[in-house]
Design a protein around this ligand. Structure first.
Ligand SMILES: Nc1ncnc2c1ncn2[C@@H]1O[C@H](COP(=O)(O)OP(=O)(O)O)[C@@H](O)[C@H]1O
Ligand SMILES: Nc1ccn([C@@H]2O[C@H](COP(=O)(O)OP(=O)(O)O)[C@@H](O)[C@H]2O)c(=O)n1
Length: 206
């Protein structure tokens, strides 16, 4: 049986953390679809054509070091505007979503474009300032020397590019449950997400 949970939202809203927690709780597989775009962005920064890079993407590309930097995040959101890049990544994401045993995918367009039939859709948000603070803590904790103001500017620039692009813009699906985590710690946010999912689980799996 396949069961798909789509979790979308802007940068550093906590969708990855929630997705991992939901997947672990239910024993589902998890795909961070942002990594696909980051891997293509990384290859573009190395001089490759982004469409060719997306078409040739391998599992090893997703394991590379250096995909979590601010520069790669910006490059990811630039390649994500290109329709041919997005098209090259669709089949892999849909196949993952349909795998037996259940799947959680997080990104920007999972509930709207990749898996419009997903059994559960969440759209996770938080204010730009809260998200920038979380990302700043994460990056400085990982040894990156970044300023809060620059992280906030990066988050805002990506929000703007991601939500205004013509192809698969970031937005909540009409049937998505919105979860504003601005005032929630990780445990509270995960509990709220689990409650939404459990409510939509068939039988006694919740
Ligand atoms: N509710 C929360 N409260 C505080 N920190 C959080 C919360 N959710 C996530 N974080 C932290 O914020 C950072 C970004 O979270 P992440 O799940 O990677 O966001 P996203 O996948 O939306 O970019 C991580 O360091 C994570 O531990
Ligand atoms: N399903 C997706 C996932 C990511 N992306 C793009 O990839 C970029 C990086 O995504 P990410 O999820 O790794 O970013 P964070 O939310 O972790 O900061 C985003 O800013 C989007 O431009 C997308 O267009 N569609």
């Amino acid at each position: 049986m396949s069961f798909t949970i789509a979790i979308d939202g802007p940068a550093a809203s906590g969708k990855g953390t929630i997705s991992k927690g939901v997947a672990a709780h239910f024993g589902f597989a998890h795909l961070d679809t942002g990594l696909l775009y980051r891997a293509v962005g990384h290859r573009m920064l190395a001089g490759e054509d982004p469409v060719a890079a997306a078409q040739a993407l391998t599992a090893e590309d997703l394991d590379r070091d250096g995909l979590r930097t601010a520069d790669v995040a910006q490059a990811a959101s630039k390649v994500a505007v290109i329709g041919e890049v997005r098209a090259a990544l669709v089949d892999f994401q849909r196949a993952f979503a349909r795998r037996a045993g259940g799947a959680v995918l997080d990104g920007r367009d999972i509930g709207t474009v990749i898996c419009p039939e997903a059994e559960v859709k969440l759209f996770v948000t938080a204010s730009p300032e809260v998200r920038a603070e979380r990302r700043w803590k994460e990056l400085t904790g990982n040894g990156f020397d970044v300023r809060y103001d620059d992280v906030l500017a990066d988050v805002r620039a990506r929000d703007d590019r991601d939500s205004t692009r013509a192809e698969a813009p970031m937005r909540p699906a009409e049937d998505a449950v919105e979860l504003d985590t601005s005032e929630m710690d990780i445990e509270t946010a995960l509990a709220a997400a689990l409650a939404v999912v459990a409510d939509r689980m068939p039988g006694d799996q919740g």
